[in-house]
Write a protein that binds this ligand. Structure first.
Ligand code: ZN
Length: 499
């Protein structure tokens, strides 16, 4: 008879292959010499196909269907049931796409991403267009194979945020958009002077490195279980339990980018470090979703890192590190400078107030494309129109407009909303933590993040993927995901900054 032990044994094997893939990926993005690319991509392909073959084998399918038999399933513990559910969900998604289509998608998306890179450099949408049209057709075909009830978009977002749908998103987005558009207007009307850091200049790399190690230490990053390296595009990756790696960058003209980036990745790493050890190598020793993952990085970056209480503690250390460069800049001015709202064209440069407007635009456009309400031909015009409407800016070119993100070019449709959900979840979780933990802000002023980290570990990190994201938020906060916490948070924080 099938037993949960068999599933655990299988997942232990899968985990070893995933670990090899992660390590190759990490190395490729950090230290691999350029000419290693061809070999790496072959090696990567080889290991990935082996994983795919095992994960979709008849044996795996049989085991999962045996474990799903009511008699067997009901004898499992709740956590074991969620292991079966998660594994089954993954298996079905893998099996849904015919191998030929999967292969064509892999080839086309990687080609389209390369073309996007050149098209963006040359600011040429027409070069990108035919390839993206073809890719979008394929994405729609895949949505059909995955299956959906209402909207093909639901089948796509399911891969990143289990349980989320376009109609649930719309219920969140509409009030959020109607709140943010006038708020941005109001804040910018009120600010007479620009809150710019007056001290852009030279911040030596070695001093930044020292500073970032210090902040990671204060935040509780465990260097016996993780490390930090340098990359052009910072990221976090897990090689295995006890080996979680982050990366950052050190542009010498502005240390704040790398500083807050490091805190952001630290939040991602803390989440991965915090999964329950008893769940290691099982289908639930994983993030609940990308939205929950992002909620943890944003909790660290925004609710801790960019907060006045934490900067009260940490800013003197920043001043000391770069002394005498910032000696003229007060805490208040620094706080304002790193929490400046502006109408920007570029999503990744956006502040936390306008950020979600960038995401809402992408959601509305991709949802329209997937539902045949918007042609790729009309995409740049629709993009510009929405930027004008929601953010009051108009992209002067394609590169800073519709071609700015890599996601669509690699076939990732339905991914963007997870960034927005991260901001909403983090605000809701932080409000709950503040309510339950006495003196949370006083603690941050003393550089003590321990109580918050322990609270997150117990409530959010430990369960891993045992619950779907919506359920997890409900279990921790007692309420379904609700954008009002984010709205309250930005309203309160920014009306104080822009008073
Ligand atoms: Zn992130």
């Amino acid at each position: 008879m099938a037993s949960i032990k068999d599933l655990k044994k299988k997942y232990r094997e899968f985990s070893m292959l995933i670990s090899a893939i992660s390590l190759m990926g990490w190395d490729q993005r950090t230290y691999m010499p350029e000419s290693g690319a061809d070999h790496r991509s072959e090696a990567f392909g080889f290991v990935y196909s082996d994983l795919f073959r095992r994960a979709t084998s008849d044996e795996t399918g049989q085991l999962l269907s045996d474990l799903s038999e009511p008699g067997v399933y009901s004898s499992l513990s709740a956590v074991e049931q969620s292991m079966v559910d998660n594994a089954m969900r993954q298996y079905k998604r893998f099996k849904a796409i015919p191998p030929g289509l999967m292969h064509r998608f892999a080839v086309l998306s990687s080609k389209c991403e390369k073309i996007w890179e050149t098209a963006r450099k040359r600011d040429d949408f027409s070069m990108f267009k035919p390839h993206f049209q073809e890719l979008l057709l394929m994405v729609k075909e895949m949505a059909k194979h995955y299956g959906y009830e209402e909207n093909p978009y639901d089948a796509l977002i399911e891969g990143y945020e289990p349980g989320m749908t376009a109609s649930k998103l719309r219920k969140i987005i509409e009030p959020l958009r109607d709140f943010l558009v006038p708020l941005v207007e109001d804040l910018l009307m009120r600010s007479k002077s620009k809150n710019q850091l007056p001290s852009k200049g030279h911040y030596p790399r070695n001093l930044q490195q020292k500073l970032f190690l210090k902040v990671l230490d204060v935040l509780g990053f465990d260097f016996t279980r993780g490390r930090i390296d340098e990359t052009a595009h910072p990221f976090t990756t897990t090689i295995g339990p006890g080996d979680i790696r982050i990366s950052t960058k050190y542009p010498e003209n502005d240390f704040t980018m790398g500083f807050f980036g490091t805190i952001h990745e630290c939040g991602h790493a803390m989440y991965e470090m915090g999964f329950d050890e008893n769940l290691v190598y099982t289908p639930v020793h994983n993030p609940a979703s990308l939205g929950i993952h992002e909620s943890q990085s944003l909790m660290f970056e925004n609710h801790i890192g960019r907060s006045l209480p934490f900067l009260t503690y940490f800013y003197p250390k920043i001043q000391e590190t770069f002394s005498p460069r910032l000696s003229e800049v007060s805490l208040r001015d620094f706080y304002k400078a790193v929490n400046t709202v502006s109408r920007s064209l570029i999503r990744i440069d956006a502040d936390e107030v306008t950020y979600n407007l960038h995401i809402i635009i992408r959601f509305e456009l991709e949802n329209a494309m997937v539902n045949n309400m918007l042609e790729v031909d009309d995409l740049p015009a629709a993009w510009n129109e929405k930027y004008k409407q929601y953010l009051g800016v108009e992209p002067p070119n394609y590169a800073d407009g519709v071609l700015q993100d890599v996601h669509w070019s690699s076939g990732m449709v339905g991914y963007f909303p997870t960034y927005m959900l991260g901001t909403l979840y983090s605000a809701q979780l932080f409000a709950k933590a503040k309510h339950e933990l006495n003196g949370l802000e006083q603690g941050l002023m003393d550089g003590d993040t321990g109580p918050l980290v322990r609270w997150l570990r117990e409530r959010v990190h430990k369960p891993g993927a045992t619950h779907k994201p919506e359920k997890l938020i409900e279990l921790v906060t007692g309420e379904k995901p609700d954008p009002k916490y984010f709205m309250d948070y930005v309203k309160h924080k920014y009306s104080e900054i822009y008073r």
